[in-house]
Write a protein that binds this ligand. Structure first.
Ligand SMILES: [Ca+2]
Ligand SMILES: [Ca+2]
Length: 207
């Protein structure tokens, strides 16, 4: 095999690998594990979030102590129904640009024996309701989607006891590079490499 065709083979392989692993190379643009906040019923987030309707509680094991620790070992987390009887909407202060994202978060059942609760997750044109039974474990949910952009929100719907909601933790948003732009970047590198090789080629030629 000639070196030039080897170059092309390597570049093609690299481009193919990039296309298949674009999710893995996604860059985290927002994350919150709720571990650094003081616990508070009817929580007023000091940063990152606002409450746009109803109320939520910041509970679990927090720097201010341990309260209502339904999922021990997870530090602080959010009960999406506060203590006002109105389920809450927790919304990021940040607005995300239009694009493709992988959103992951931990969501658990209410753990207090109330009926099933529905949390609606929204980011622009992406919207996903998730209904959990009281005993459903705190588990990772992950979605990759292309959206018009906007703020990310988690909203519990009204149902059952308005002070008892699903439990939210470990929210992360990663921007996923477009496969085509990755391929273009790699094609660019390959072209530069080819030019460098051609310029240097006489130096390495051994007969
Ligand atoms: Ca946590
Ligand atoms: Ca509550």
């Amino acid at each position: 095999m000639k070196v030039t065709s080897a170059w092309i083979a390597v570049a093609t392989l690299a481009a193919g690998m990039a296309m298949h692993s674009s999710t893995a190379s996604a860059a985290i643009v927002f994350s919150d594990d709720f571990n650094g906040y003081s616990g508070q019923l009817n929580w007023i987030p000091p940063t990152n979030w606002s409450i746009t309707s109803g109320s939520v509680d910041l509970i679990g094991e927090t720097p201010s102590g341990t309260s209502f620790d339904f999922y021990p070992g997870n530090g602080g987390y959010v009960d999406l129904n506060g203590t006002t009887g109105s389920p809450g909407t927790l919304q990021t202060l940040a607005s995300f640009a239009a694009g493709t994202y992988t959103l992951s978060f931990a969501l658990g059942g209410n753990a207090r024996g109330d009926g099933p609760k529905t949390t609606v997750v929204t980011l622009g044109t992406f919207s996903q309701p998730i209904t959990l039974a009281a005993s459903d474990p705190l588990a990772i949910h992950s979605f990759t989607f292309t959206t018009s952009g906007g703020n990310l929100s988690f909203a519990d719907l009204l149902g059952g006891n308005g002070n008892i909601g699903n439990i939210l933790d470990n929210v992360a948003v990663a921007a996923v590079p477009e496969s085509s732009s990755w391929a273009m970047v790699l094609l660019g590198f390959a072209s530069v490499g080819l030019l460098v090789y051609r310029r240097r080629a006489p130096t390495f030629r051994v007969i």
